[in-house]
Write a protein that binds this ligand. Structure first.
Ligand code: ADP
Ligand code: MG
Length: 401
């Protein structure tokens, strides 16, 4: 069973892990320099991007609330959150397009808080591509070089190289408006990369593409980022995209980062029921601890009086309100032998193709979503009586929110 403690508990745990502990320990930071270098073990690492206590207000509204984040060289970090959670504002602050109300931005160790966008060494890809429709593809990509007064032969060489990188060789003389959405997106990426920025920032760059092309471009962009070993901060509201592409995901809500970690950790060990529900889907049960049993295991009871017996967890005490979570793909519908099991009735079947979503009602009336593999031959039918069940290890217990 996974236990997510309260805020203090979590930070206490994460601070104990080796690398984080070193990063957080002021004794390991280099001194006597304006750069933000830090020693990690014997290795000196300078974050490609470091955000330190960024707060941003629009009038009385706090869009970002004390956000700190480090992106390591060559790392792909995704800001994942619902619309309005502050992702674009944070990206614009890294780029210098928005000046934060409070906090500092470091790029490659240097404080760039007062450095204008064009001298920060960042490339930016916007959701709507922001290409110039009346310019050719070549001139769109050449634009950042022209404003830097680069000489024509070098411009030609760099643009051709950038076109090749995004698989658009030979299309330089087309007008941007004559390209498909996927091609325009590639031009926007080429334009962001052409002056070899140290950091690539992308704000929902695939949002306008259809699903199949989006999936293709996710893999292509990730490959390009890895080939170039460029540090990347990527914004999306699409959890599947974040899981597919990222080295680490920062889950944002209401201007704060709720969890940051690699995709497997965020998915399998969410720190809160919010993260569990936002990244992937999950069945959530509002519970109370009804009893601590003599073997120290804990009896949880839902509002509808369903009981789960789970192993002891920190802070468990009779009466404690908490939330139990289990993902649909961890629930079995022929659950003889599962540690937690209930008789149930199939109420809804959604055939998705590769998977089948089966909604079941426990006898208490509580609904449970189960995901079964689409290759199962023995399909269930509505009204069928089944046994649903799962193992304690596949269940998360969170503080009540
Ligand atoms: P996201 O990219 O996650 O959808 P944004 O960073 O665009 O979120 O916005 C965060 C919050 O700040 C939203 O509530 C949005 O309405 C507000 N906001 C963004 N830009 C402005 C602005 N220029 N003026 C006022 N409010 C803004
Ligand atoms: Mg946005």
């Amino acid at each position: 069973m996974r236990i997510a403690a309260d805020d203090d508990g979590i930070s206490a745990i994460t601070r104990q892990t080796g690398r984080d502990a070193l990063r957080e320990n002021p004794a390991t930071m280099s001194r006597g320099t304006t750069r933000e270098d830090r020693d990690v073990g014997t290795e000196r690492r300078v974050a490609a991007v470091r955000l330190s206590h960024i707060t941003h207000r629009f009038g009385n509204f706090t869009a970002l609330d004390d956000v700190s984040l480090e992106v390591w060289p060559g790392e792909f970090v995704t800001l994942l959150g619902q619309s309005g959670s502050g992702k674009s504002t944070l990206l614009r602050i890294i780029a210098g397009l928005t000046t934060p109300s409070e906090g500092q931005v470091f790029i490659d160790g240097a404080d760039v808080s007062t450095v204008p966008t064009q001298r920060r060494g960042v490339g930016f890809v916007f959701q709507n591509y922001a290409l110039f429709p009346h310019l050719t593809v070549f001139e769109n990509i050449a634009y950042p070089l022209r404003i830097r007064a680069m000489k024509q032969p070098e411009i030609r060489q760099r643009v051709e190289q950038a076109l090749a990188r995004v698989n658009l060789h030979g299309l330089g003389s087309r007008y941007a408006a004559q390209l498909s959405g996927g091609q325009q997106q590639r031009v926007a990426v080429a334009r962001a990369l052409v002056y070899e920025p140290s950091v690539l920032l992308m704000d929902e760059p695939l949002g306008a593409l259809d699903r199949k092309l989006r999936k293709h471009m996710q893999i292509e962009l990730r490959q390009l980022q890895q080939d170039l070993r460029i540090s990347c901060v990527y914004v999306t509201h699409d959890q599947e995209e974040a899981l597919t592409m990222s080295d680490r995901i920062a889950v944002m809500q209401a201007g704060r980062i709720f969890q940051i970690g690699d995709p497997v950790t965020v998915y399998r060990h969410p720190v809160s029921s919010f993260v569990a529900d936002f990244v992937g889907s999950t069945n959530l049960f509002d519970c109370r601890v009804s009893e601590i049993l003599s073997d120290r295991s804990v009896l949880l009871e839902t509002l509808a009086k369903t009981q789960f017996r789970v192993p002891s967890f920190p802070g468990a005490a009779a009466g404690l309100a908490c939330r139990a979570a289990v993902r649909p793909e961890f629930i079995r519908i022929d659950a003889g032998g599962a540690e937690i099991g209930f008789p149930a009735t199939v109420t809804k079947i959604t055939f998705v193709g590769n998977v089948i979503d089966v909604q079941c009602a426990l006898d208490s009336g509580e609904l449970v979503d189960v995901e079964i593999s689409g290759n199962r031959k023995d399909l269930v039918t509505i009204g069928q009586r089944i046994e649903v069940g799962w193992d304690c290890a596949d269940m998360g217990i969170f503080p009540a929110s």
